[in-house]
Write a new protein. Structure first.
Ligand code: SF4
Length: 446
């Protein structure tokens, strides 16, 4: 049962010493109730408080890590139904599916593609995080050989998928210490597969046909001492998968139903490209922690990677770039000087347009808490005084002969204040849209 801020306050020392980083015990209790801090931040909490608050502040969806220490893929630990309520914390991991029925040569070729796949967007490198090997042959040795080839070839965290506990045991032994995800413990195999998970300290998928069976299965696993569980509830169609995922998330978060408080794995394989993108997108949004795919086609991965990046970007913390001067091309002392904000998308759009124009330039990125130009101006983060102070502190005056700075067209109104704070500089109002920068820069240097 979730404790309110007041319930938690009653259990705290009430001395308001401030050592937890907030001024009062009440403020700390409120943060604790919102799961924004941990009780460990209060050094004076009693044993009784630790027991009661500790149990209540346990994450409703368990954090599960897959892969070797230091290179784990973390999933779960989500606390909200909707991103705008707070944020989603651990992005859906994409797993590429392989089979031990594929020739080793083909596996080597495809694993290299997975390893090298990298999409760069707004300064982030987007990759496939996991690889799954299915024991379609049912035999032990081909499975072990394929698992070794895929693990070595992709360098990714592994999912071992087999109905044969003997094959799982041999593959786990081959990957000792790498904490692969075992797929799967079923109502029939739970004792054997659960024992393997305990022996190898590996996370395990619980797979059942109904929500009731799945709940009973996770209870059996936790009763055996297995803690790191991922849920798999196969569905006949995408609508059913969406319903199951939503029901699981709701029961875990709203109903505090511990047997379903685990991340979910969904398989989006064996379908045409449009269906694959549509189904994977739906499940990525609601509420898959792992999506298994069987294609590396650019047309599928590009939209999925971009959607994931958008969904899992904290709405309270826009993606930002470091505030400083960036040389675009090979600018010299006569090259134009431009300024804009540190919102990542703004930086990449502006720098891209400058690069495309072929006019090398000095691009000054100003700290504006990741806001776009107009928002930053409205919030007082992109005023003439702030831009002037940045230019002075940056040392750009020592690098350029020009004393002319180009500001974004959307904030033409700061030009007067900027000229006052930067004596000797001319302020030029540039275009409002980054797309118009090319012709504008060419005219500036003509
Ligand atoms: Fe209260 Fe503990 Fe924070 Fe001190 S450290 S203000 S006792 S919650």
């Amino acid at each position: 049962m979730a404790l309110t801020g007041l319930d938690i306050f009653k259990l705290l020392p009430k001395t308001n010493c401030g050592e937890c980083g907030v001024p009062t015990c009440m403020a700390f209790a409120m943060k604790l109730a919102a799961k924004n801090v941990e009780l460990a931040a209060c050094p004076y909490a009693s044993e009784q408080a630790k027991q009661k608050i500790g149990a209540a502040s346990k994450p409703p969806i368990r954090l599960v890590k897959i892969g070797p220490p230091g290179a784990e893929v973390a999933i779960g630990n989500e606390t909200v139904m909707f991103r705008h309520e707070k944020t989603f914390v651990h992005p859906t991991a994409f797993a590429m599916a392989f089979s031990d029925g594929q020739p080793l040569e083909e596996l080597r070729h495809r694993t290299a593609e997975v390893r090298e796949y990298c999409l760069e967007r707004v300064g982030e490198q987007l990759r496939l995080e996991l690889a799954l090997v299915e024991n379609t042959t049912g035999a032990v040795q081909p499975f072990v050989d394929a698992v070794k080839a895929v693990a070595g070839g992709t360098g990714r965290g592994m999912i071992l998928m087999s109905d044969n506990p003997e094959a799982l045991a041999a593959a786990l032994a081959a990957l000792e210490g790498q904490r692969p995800l075992i797929h799967a413990a079923t109502p029939e195999s739970v004792k054997e597969v659960g024992a393997l998970a305990l022996k190898h300290k590996a996370p395990v998928v619980a797979r059942a046909a109904t929500l009731e069976e799945l709940s009973a299965l996770t209870k059996t696993l936790t009763g055996m001492g297995v803690q790191d569980i991922v849920l798999d509830l196969p569905a006949d169609n995408p609508a059913a998968a969406l319903q199951y995922n939503t029901a699981i998330r709701k029961m875990a978060l709203k109903g505090s139903f511990e047997p379903l408080g685990y991340p979910i794995i969904n398989f989006v394989t064996g379908r045409d490209l449009p269906s694959l993108v549509a189904d994977a997108s739906t499940l990525l949004i609601k509420y898959a922690s792992i999506v298994v795919l069987d294609t590396l086609q650019y047309q599928a991965l590009l939209p999925l990677m971009m959607l994931r990046q958008n969904i899992y970007t904290d709405p309270q913390k826009p993606i930002q770039v470091e505030p400083k001067f960036y040389p675009i091309g090979e600018p010299g002392p006569e090259s134009p000087v431009l300024v804009t904000t540190n919102f990542s998308l703004t930086y990449f759009l502006v720098s891209g347009e400058i690069e495309n124009s072929g006019v090398p330039a000095h691009l000054g990125i100003i700290e504006a808490e990741g806001m776009s130009v107009l928002t930053a101006w409205a919030a007082g983060k992109f005023s003439g005084a702030k831009v002037g102070a940045f230019l002075k502190a940056s040392g750009v005056e020592g690098q350029v002969k020009t004393r002319r700075v180009i500001i974004p067209g959307y904030v033409a109104q700061i030009s007067g204040e900027l000229e006052e704070s930067l004596p000797g500089w001319e302020v030029v109002v540039g275009p409002a849209e980054a797309a118009d920068l090319g012709p504008f820069l060419k005219m500036q240097v003509a």
